[in-house]
Design a binder for this molecule. Structure first.
Ligand code: PYC
Length: 311
């Protein structure tokens, strides 16, 4: 029977399952080559780790690998019930809390390699994490999309480590109590983007949809609902989604370099974000924190018909 050791955490309600390195031997000199190797030769592990009965649609997995850059302490490949992510903000904060829990890191700076670039973070003394993400940018501004059963929707296409459609209008009453309706709306928007051939740069699929509405928490700028690849929604404000939003606000001159933007999630958690301007976009910094929820050994028995998870 094969087994894998995992540590679970949540960041503002969104779970991360960190698979400690060694269990799934990936080949490749870059993190994108390793992610491709994971996809092509070991995809059954992805499904077995995050899908039911061991996981759920909402769980994001993080496989640790040796680093590819000398200054980084590890590589990370993020995945979920339907595939692989470029970067994951809540997940990186979860990885850092996990490494702290294991006694592998102390407060201070730390860098990780991901398939879309190296990210750096500072683990603060109080457990908070300040994450400097990859370059983020607005790709297409103010698009109008006709969405079945909804009508015209206006939004931007932006990148924050993953591709997002950021809906500006209509705005929504964003709350957990409306989660099924918000999921349905977001799926329809994603289908309309695919139907109309609207993509990120170089034809990249827009697999995340971010709805916005008025904040409920005092001091927050807005509340979001983020549909992830598949049909689960992010319980956290979504680190890459907040990065994409900050990049779009900066491009629209609605956010100044260095100013703090507080993004609340559908579940009420918050990330504090800010940007540094760079050529062609911004480098966002996202501040949040994670909490450990469990430590487990997953078993994969060849006698189990659901060894590699439910379809
Ligand atoms: O925090 O970047 C994020 C994220 C992406 C998908 C789920 N969470």
């Amino acid at each position: 029977m094969q087994s894998l050791r995992v540590i679970d955490s949540h960041t503002a309600g969104e779970p991360t399952r960190v698979v400690l390195e060694g269990g799934i031997p990936l080949v490749g000199d870059t993190m994108s080559e390793r992610r491709e190797d994971f996809r092509l030769r070991h995809d059954h592990w992805r499904a077995g780790i995050v899908r039911e009965p061991r996981g759920s649609d909402v769980l994001v997995g993080a496989l640790l690998t040796p680093p590819v850059n000398p200054g980084s302490i590890a590589g990370i490949i993020f995945f979920n019930n339907v595939g692989y992510l470029g970067m994951c903000g809540h997940g990186t904060i979860g990885v850092i809390e996990t490494l702290k829990f294991l006694g592998r890191i102390e407060p201070g700076p730390v860098s990780f390699d991901t398939p879309v670039g190296t990210v750096t973070a500072v683990l603060q003394e109080d457990g908070g994490v300040s994450l400097r993400n990859v370059k983020s940018y607005r790709h297409l501004a103010c698009l109008c999309v006709e969405v079945d059963g909804i009508g015209t929707v206006h939004g931007d296409v932006a990148y924050g480590g993953n591709w997002f459609f950021l809906v500006h209008w209509p705005t929504f009453e964003i709350g957990i109590e409306n989660a099924s309706e918000l999921t349905d709306v977001s799926i329809r928007i994603r289908e309309a983007l695919a139907r109309d051939g609207i993509t990120g740069e170089d034809g990249a699929e827009i697999d995340h949809v971010e709805l916005a509405g008025p904040a409920r928490a005092e001091g927050a700028n807005s509340r979001n609902f983020v549909l992830c690849p598949g049909s689960a929604y992010d319980r956290s404000p979504c680190g890459t989604g907040t990065s994409a939003k900050l990049a779009a606000l900066f491009a629209a001159e609605e956010l100044e370099e260095g100013a703090t933007y507080v993004q609340e999630s559908v579940a009420g958690g918050v990330f504090r974000g800010s940007v540094e301007a760079v050529e062609g976009g911004v480098i966002p910094t996202i501040v949040g924190r994670a909490h450990i929820t469990g430590e487990n050994t997953l078993y994969f028995s060849p006698e189990d018909p659901l060894q590699w998870g439910l379809e």
